[in-house]
Design a protein around this ligand. Structure first.
Ligand SMILES: NC(=O)c1ccc[n+]([C@@H]2O[C@H](COP(=O)([O-])OP(=O)(O)OC[C@H]3O[C@@H](n4cnc5c(N)ncnc54)[C@H](OP(=O)(O)O)[C@@H]3O)[C@@H](O)[C@H]2O)c1
Length: 389
């Protein structure tokens, strides 16, 4: 029996993770749950899975949770970072599934690594912001970071313990999002409703917009660098509209290994929970005769500049990826709030990157400082562009 703590249990990945627990009740047990604001769903989850502790983003959220749970309330681990850290370091947790959105989970992931928990990582922002700190801590503590992101999970399966020296190239697949074939002038006019219609995956709002701009793939390029020890030049992105090949690895001898599967996040989550074993799953088999064609196309950097910005930040290094991520979060929020156009998202990010004096990522303080600076700067940039929309 593996004991599981979940950060972000009320989100898209968190709910899929609980579905994996449901499918394997004799192998997985929930011991701790953390959510952001959705007290009603966390109360339901607490009643069903009976975790030892729960946490929420705010004290107000915890109060609402207590009212909803009544006498059956589990012990509250706390609110904010303190609550997330307590959930992530719960003494009996073996695996921590990191699926909280945004940057709030960074301290908790680092604390879980120090507590020698296995990390099942969905939250790519953690590696984008603090790749050097997270990978160094994991190496020092001998902790495995198992990727839940379907592309990196695929690469983990393809590489399967081979040393970085045997990898020639990592090939990340991207669906291309809902605007894959849109001409540049049509992109100027797309609204949040259209951008939230992902062709192949059901995900949270922020990552769905990132998929439409291709920033999600950009963040994944940076994530792949830290997870697999490959340089920016060794990471390629191809558009694969069917999302059946989840990613590929080319080895030094020219062999290309791919991982295929149905588009369901329960598969990579279960892999991370069962690793190094494989468990019989509840998912349907992939029927390639019904899938039809599998297409692979080049990306269009002129229409989707976010991907290029991510490569630029990775190559420059230091705090630039922190700034890329923070400026993107600000711009996406403004777009979802109808204050910024779709094509202004990369402009806000580019202007913020331009204005930043990069530093080495030597501590969490450096990361948090760069993150706060970038958010302030990006908000100003977004306000400027808002007036001209
Ligand atoms: N969805 C996917 O298929 C997918 C695939 C690969 C990677 N990912 C990554 O996985 C992460 C989660 O994505 P998602 O699609 O599941 O997002 P989501 O549906 O928006 O869920 C986010 C979760 O994080 C929680 N949360 C937000 N702020 C928090 C805070 N300050 N403290 C504690 N919890 C907080 C939310 O709680 P409330 O809902 O209670 O507010 C929710 O449980 C992201 O980093 C994303 O990039 C997702």
């Amino acid at each position: 029996m593996k004991h599981v703590a979940i950060l972000g249990s009320t989100g898209s990945i968190g709910r899929s993770a609980l579905a994996v627990v449901d499918a394997h009740p004799t192998r997985l047990k929930v011991v701790a749950l953390a959510a952001g604001d959705n007290a009603a769903l966390l109360a339901e989850q607490a009643a069903r899975y009976r975790p030892d502790v729960v946490a929420m983003a705010t004290a107000d959220g915890l109060d609402r949770l207590r009212t909803l749970c009544g006498a059956g309330v589990p012990r509250a681990a706390g609110a904010g970072t303190e609550g997330l850290v307590s959930v992530a370091t719960h003494p009996s947790a073996d695996i921590v599934i990191c699926a909280s959105a945004g940057t709030a989970g960074l301290e908790a992931v680092l604390a879980a690594i120090e507590a020698e928990k296995t990390i099942a990582l969905a939250n790519k922002e953690v590696l984008v912001m603090a790749g050097p700190l997270v990978t160094e801590a994991a190496r020092r503590r001998g902790v495995a970071i198992l990727p839940v992101d379907s592309e990196h999970n695929a690469i983990h399966q393809c590489v399967h313990g081979r040393p970085p020296g045997e990898i020639r190239r990592v090939i990340l697949t991207a669906s291309g999002g809902p605007f894959r074939d849109f001409p540049a002038d049509a992109l100027e006019r797309v609204d949040p409703e259209a951008a939230l219609q992902h062709p192949t995956w059901q995900m949270g709002r922020k990552i769905t917009i990132d998929s439409a701009t291709l920033m999600n793939k950009g963040l994944e390029v940076i994530e792949a660098h830290w997870l697999f020890g490959v340089s920016a030049d060794q990471i390629d992105v191809v558009i694969h509209p069917q999302s059946i090949v989840h990613s590929m690895v080319e080895l030094v001898d020219g062999s290309v290994i791919a991982q295929l599967g149905v588009t369901d996040m329960r598969l990579p989550i279960q892999y991370a929970c069962s690793y190094p074993e494989r468990w019989a799953g509840a998912l349907p088999s992939l029927d390639l005769t019904r899938a039809g064609r599998l297409d692979f196309l080049p990306t269009a950097p002129d229409r989707f500049p976010c991907l290029g910005l991510a490569y630029r930040a990775l190559r420059a290094g230091g705090t630039l990826p922190v700034v890329l991520n923070a400026a993107n979060e600000v711009a996406v929020e403004a777009f979802l709030g109808r204050k910024l156009g779709f094509t202004a998202i990369p402009r806000v990010i580019a202007q913020t990157l331009e204005a930043h004096a990069a530093e080495r990522v030597s501590s969490l303080d450096v990361v948090r400082r760069a993150d706060a600076w970038a958010r302030g700067h990006a908000r100003e940039m977004a306000r400027g562009l808002e007036l001209t929309q």
